[in-house]
Design a protein around this ligand. Structure first.
Ligand code: NOJ
Length: 491
């Protein structure tokens, strides 16, 4: 009998098994791409003014290339083309955001813009007609300017106005949208003068925003649960920044400092919702201790009342993580003097990146795939393994069509993701590459590009061209497994 054939069959089936176990994503795993309204839509004359529009109009030089997002990728007019690009890629879902001032030009719920509703209806219907699941972010940094006049995220009323805005979205789109991300949560601009509203209020600014963001999220979650979930059967989550913070050395001080930084920069939003409730213990203790030394009568960290803690706790169906990079953490409480305060002093640590790590065009974005595994494992252990979506992961360059750096970045991060799923048992449900298109990258304008598709911003027609990474992602999505791991991403 010929023994060669069975041997070949055996080898083939072993290889196949290796693919199916180690290199393959679970069958129900969802792949997508992500974008945000302000960064791609343009059509600024068909919506209300945002905080960034306002500051950019006063001083165009706040954007490093003095550009603006008035037209951006013109997705407001070219959404059909975007849908075709998504179909070309073969994604399961498209994460996009709805522009608050496009639906409610003044921010308030008393005046709804019918063209805004029509635009998103068309986009959602177009996606569904191609079998692409819409995943909608309700808020991605584009606060209507009139709400900033009331204090923006410093004012708890913004949480109520956010709830009203969410209700309008659930009512109009919830029959077709089954994944809602309440906020792409961030405190930019309230504690960092580089981003509108340009407030340099660190040490109070972040914490006030965190409280309003938590209340806004929980209000929208409970509203959905009470009035829409039974009929619409969707899920509601929150996206937070999933940078990884790794101890610089194995000293106990650095290990503790890294954990402290994680609790401040991840836990302050995550613990109240996904964890035991309330702000993390170490955050409460450290801010109280420093505030006391600084002569404050109370902690700078606002309190959550017992009712608020209960209301916020457990208000999720999934956790969204935006994951790009990693920082090394060195214990550093030397800055503990009592005549000034900031969140960075509250951290009591130095954050830096290893100059040896490969970079991208963005100075903050170093390529550290094992950091993705690190943050996923931490979230799993800390918060009892919640369902997680990677809602953003991506790499910047200057927009070249042969974007090998981006392909490598995605490959390495997908490998780390597989290890997180198979070796660490993290409950990851999906992954979105940032971003579909080159787009308006906030304060650096169009100078740093993250797209799978190139956009020619000098051409009024804003033509889109697939980069090598678009072809790579498309071909990956037909297989949904990676070739044998190129490099292990051990922690
Ligand atoms: C995260 C933000 O959500 C997104 O708007 C931004 O473009 C990317 N980071 C890249 O900086």
């Amino acid at each position: 009998m010929n023994t060669v054939l069975p041997a070949i069959v055996l080898i083939f089936s072993l290889c196949h098994q290796a693919i199916s176990i180690e290199n393959k994503f679970p069958d129900d795993f969802l792949f997508g791409v992500a974008s945000s309204a302000y960064q791609i839509e343009g059509g600024h004359d068909k919506r209300g003014e945002t905080v960034l529009d306002h500051y950019q109009r006063l001083d165009p030089s706040i954007i490093s290339d003095s550009s603006d997002a008035k037209i951006a990728c013109d997705s407001y007019h070219k959404y059909h083309e975007d849908i075709n690009l998504l179909e070309y890629l073969g994604v399961d879902f498209y994460r996009f955001s709805i522009s608050w001032p496009r639906i409610l030009p003044t921010g308030y719920s008393n005046k709804i813009n019918p063209d805004g509703i029509r635009y998103y209806n068309n986009l959602i219907d177009g996606l569904i007609s191609k079998n692409i699941t819409p995943m909608v972010t309700i808020f991605h940094y584009d606060l209507p300017k009139p709400l900033q006049d009331l204090g923006g995220w410093f004012n708890p009323t913004t949480a109520d106005l956010f709830e009203d805005y969410s209700k309008i979205l659930f009512k109009n789109f919830g029959d077709r949208v089954k994944f809602w991300i309440t906020l792409n949560a961030n405190t930019w601009g309230y504690a960092d003068p580089m981003f509108p509203p340009m407030l340099n209020l660190s040490g109070l600014g972040e914490y006030l925003c965190y409280k309003t963001i938590l209340l806004a999220h929980a209000k929208a979650y409970h509203l959905y649960k009470k009035e829409f979930r039974d009929e619409q059967k969707g899920q509601v989550g929150l996206t937070i920044d999933g940078r990884w913070y790794h101890p610089a050395t194995t000293s106990t001080n650095d290990i503790e400092a890294a954990e402290r930084v994680r609790e401040f920069l991840i836990g302050t939003l995550a613990n109240p919702i996904f964890g035991e409730g309330d702000f993390p213990k170490v955050v409460k203790e450290r801010v109280a201790e420093l505030s006391h030394k600084e002569n404050f009568l109370k902690s700078r960290l606002p309190q959550l009342s017992p009712e608020e803690v209960d209301f916020i706790k457990g208000s999720y169906d999934f956790l969204g993580l935006n994951s790009y990079t990693t920082y090394l953490i060195k214990d550093d409480r030397s800055k503990d003097n009592w005549d000034s305060f900031s969140e960075s002093k509250d951290l009591g640590a130095k954050l830096y990146q290893d100059p040896e790590w490969p970079g991208s065009l963005s100075d903050w974005l170093k390529v550290v795939p094992w950091g993705l595994r690190g943050v996923l494992k931490w979230v799993k252990d800390k918060y009892n393994n919640p369902p997680v979506f990677i809602t953003e992961n991506g790499f910047s360059d200057s927009g070249e069509l042969e974007d090998e750096g981006r392909i490598q970045y995605y490959k390495l991060h997908l490998e780390a993701l597989l290890e997180a799923i198979h070796e660490d048992g993290v409950n990851v449900k999906g992954y979105a590459a940032w971003s579909l298109l080159d787009n308006f990258e906030w304060m650096v304008g169009y100078s740093e590009k993250f797209g799978l598709f190139h956009v020619d911003f000098s051409d009024p027609a804003r033509p889109r061209t697939p980069k090598s990474s678009a072809r790579w992602y498309k071909s990956f999505l037909t297989r949904r497994h990676l070739a044998a791991a190129a490099a292990k991403t051990e922690l």
